[in-house]
Design a binder for this molecule. Structure first.
Ligand code: FMN
Length: 141
């Protein structure tokens, strides 16, 4: 099992409705290819964790790298894993446009973790523990 985390910057024209539509295709593809992970969208920046077989992750990341809906794509961390972190998610997604008090509180928590963890920095070995915290926040009640 391999994981890859990268960051990127969304193109100006790539806005939430388009992101949701991309995600629905992405989730189908990921489910069929044994890929799981989490995509965060924060102040026009993406941070994505991909988990799966090495070959599949490589092939998907090649496509993602060529996608002109985002730019400044930089790999933050690649790792061999014992197991998946997001095992039930073909691609969990967190954005900051959700309504509701609990989404608002979670958003604030993730924001402060993000700032404290330097998760966007390149070659950051702590990025996986950051995602594990994100997972706890996203899926707590
Ligand atoms: C930020 C971002 C994340 C993406 N994540 C995925 C993903 O997890 N799975 C996926 O299949 N496509 C994802 N895509 C879309 C791919 O770049 C690509 O459009 C898709 O794989 C379809 O490629 P194809 O039409 O060449 O088959 C993502 C795109 C962006 C911009």
């Amino acid at each position: 099992m391999h994981s890859l985390v990268y960051r990127s910057v969304a193109d100006e024209s790539f806005v939430l409705p388009d992101i949701y539509s991309m995600l629905s295709h992405a989730r189908d593809f990921n489910a069929k290819n044994g890929i799981t992970g989490c995509l965060l969208y924060h102040n026009t920046k993406f941070l994505q964790l991909l988990e799966g077989e090495e070959k599949k992750i490589k092939a998907l990341f090649q496509k993602i790298s060529k996608d002109n809906r985002h730019h400044h794509i930089e790999v933050i961390e690649k790792r061999v894993l014992d197991g998946r972190m997001f095992n039930n998610w073909s691609m969990a997604f967190h954005d900051y446009g959700q309504n509701g008090q609990s989404a608002f509180v979670k958003m604030g928590q993730i924001d402060s973790f993000l700032n404290a963890s330097n998760a966007f920095h390149q070659k950051n070995p702590l990025v996986l523990s950051f995602f594990s915290q994100v997972k706890e926040i996203l899926f707590s009640n």
